[in-house]
Design a protein around this ligand. Structure first.
Ligand SMILES: *[C@@H]1O[C@H](CO)[C@@H](O)[C@H](O)[C@H]1NC(C)=O
Ligand SMILES: *[C@@H]1O[C@H](CO)[C@@H](O)[C@H](O)[C@H]1NC(C)=O
Length: 300
């Protein structure tokens, strides 16, 4: 009986873990740290977990000069005016992790997944979790006639709005950091507007009409993922976490009707086919695959 219950518990634990909920990391381990000449200390797979001893571990300590004094960045640890409340909502800065309680070692929060080969906070503003929101705006690909285009398995093709990142050139979701006190869904919509819509050339009247349509469209998002992100910027003491929401335009007549151009932060913004072999920035790949899975299930 016990064994059967254990098996069921294990099975359901596996089933309900959202896609992308990585308990290990690859993109923030080994190799060069982004926008720096600093190489991460080598961390083999079996030495990621903090509870595994790694005596030789001496990661370089790096906090980018560019973040000091920025309004979105924390002060240095040890600064007498900086009294962070870890694992809590600290005034309006969310220092809670979706992964549960993270550890604090010698005043520094520890990455909940494990070693990354670099300490300090790199280019990230916050010590501990840095919260982002990623909107996944989707539509079905259509022929000029308006009919759904089908793939070779006679399945409709899902498309999502992607931006090309200026720094890495990879396709990514048009997400961004959650401002202090901001609701995560608000961030998702704001970032989508800033990164994907701002560039659109249209009259003031047209803009107003679209804004009205967007308001109701963006009020219905499905949460598809919440958790740690295997982001190349992560360090031992600072890491990315995200909430991803899917906003789906089934008929293709609201956001789906938009022809998209480049926005401020991006060198390109496009409708991209969501395929099983898609390659995207950080954990965005798992998020898009999860959306694809759910959307295809919803029609069959
Ligand atoms: C990293 O460097 C900063 C500033 O140079 C220092 O205050 C901090 O204690 C160092 N952290 C570690 C873990 O050595
Ligand atoms: C690290 O190892 C401990 C002890 O075995 C385990 O409880 C924990 O879940 C592991 N952490 C991760 C992120 O896998």
């Amino acid at each position: 009986m016990n064994i059967i219950l254990k098996f069921i518990a294990l099975f359901t634990a596996f089933m309900i873990r959202p896609a992308g909920m990585v308990l290990t990391h690859f993109k923030c381990r080994n190799g060069m740290y982004p926008r720096s000449a600093i190489e991460r200390f080598m961390v083999p797979d079996d030495k990621i977990n903090w509870s595994v001893e790694y005596k030789e571990y001496k990661p370089p300590n790096h906090t980018a000069n560019s973040i000091h004094g920025k309004p979105w960045a924390d002060p240095k640890i040890g600064d007498p005016n900086f009294k962070p409340k870890w694992n809590a909502l600290d005034k309006n800065v969310n220092r809670e992790s979706y992964t549960g309680q993270y550890l604090i070692q010698d005043r520094y929060p520890l990455n909940p997944v494990g070693r990354t080969g670099i300490c300090g906070r790199g280019v990230l503003g916050r010590w501990g979790p840095n919260h982002a929101a990623d909107p996944v705006v989707t539509r079905w690909k259509r022929l000029l006639s308006g009919e759904l285009e089908l793939d070779k398995n006679h399945k409709p093709i899902l498309q999502f709005v992607a931006i090309k990142r200026g720094d890495t050139g990879e396709w990514a979701l048009p997400g961004g950091m959650v401002d202090p006190g901001e609701k995560v869904t608000t961030t998702a919509v704001r970032e989508f507007q800033e990164e994907a819509i701002n560039s659109l050339v249209m009259s003031e009247d047209d803009k107003k009409e679209w804004e009205e349509k967007f308001k109701s469209f963006f009020s219905n998002g499905d949460e598809v993922f919440q958790g740690y992100v295997d982001d190349p910027r992560n360090t031992d003491n600072a890491w990315m976490e995200t909430s991803a929401y899917n906003f789906h335009d089934d008929k293709g007549d609201v956001v789906g009707a938009l022809k998209l151009n480049a926005g401020d932060d991006a060198v390109g913004v496009q409708w991209v086919d969501a395929a099983h072999d898609i390659k995207l920035y950080a954990s965005h790949e798992d998020i898009v695959k999860e959306v694809l899975k759910r959307r295809l299930l919803a029609i069959t």
